[in-house]
Ligand binder design. Sequence first.
Ligand SMILES: [Zn+2]
Length: 317
Amino acid sequence: MNKIYLTQTNRLFIIYVISGFAYTTLLTLLSVRVLPGFFMQTLFFIDGVIKNRTEIASITSSEAFIQSIIFGLLSLTLLFIASRGVIISIQQLFLSQKFLNSLKSKSNKTIITVESNETSVFTAGFFTPKVYISSKLKSSLTSEQLKAVLHHEFSHWKDHDPLRGFIVQLINNILPQFPFKNKLKDIYFTSVELKSDEHSENILGKKRPIIEALYSILSNDFSMTMQPNLAHFSNMPERIPVLVGAKKFNFKLVTTLSSFFLFALVSLPVFVYTVKFYNCEHIEDCIQIFVNNLQNNSSENLCSMHSMDTPTSCTSN
Ligand SMILES: [Zn+2]
């Protein structure tokens, strides 16, 4: 029994989950350790400009100020990208739910035939997944090819690929752009398909039926509607050359890419944890004084940071 792609898919999924945790930790650390100091410095700068304070020039050129502004803006950008990623994932969830509802299937069976002129087969559902196959596809395959396709889908069903795919897509969505980010995601989804082909091959004891089914689907007015969060019978152009042995899946590239990805995402929170950032532990008080100053035209110091005696921590007056 071949389990190369199953092992690789599981490994990549674990790498994604660990990286997702590491990145969430990074965002939390940045919010807690960088943002209060950044807001303090920004408030102090605005207060200084309004009040025309003389110390402002020396403060704005201080290392603490520059560091706070750079890391603060960076943190805000990353938080913005992550929030947008979460929103996109939620929107995709609604889209796929809407699509599933449009199929109007109330059956509790694991395999559901959808009356449709589209060539379509996929597995959907996070906790109790179901396999959907269109009547057109069903009638266009031989019984052996159909078995091969259904065993492929059963592999998605038993491994909860729709749920795992959603998690991988969510992590991919919250991450900012970096080299090979989408390449690694594509590798994951191709690997999931090859894992399911491998399962089909293991059960039937031969590769031929799944390859024939792929060719048949591709040549037979290929009209699959792609929806997010469903495990589609997809990535066919990538699968066929690997299945027929014309192309080798580059495991070395996958290992190198994913190790680098994991290393980068785990080392970032460690880095942010060890670096000393300018911090303001009573940012609420500073905001209060800032607002008071504005309203009453007073010029109370926001906090004693101006002295710069304590460059990594801002102490209250
Ligand atoms: Zn599939």
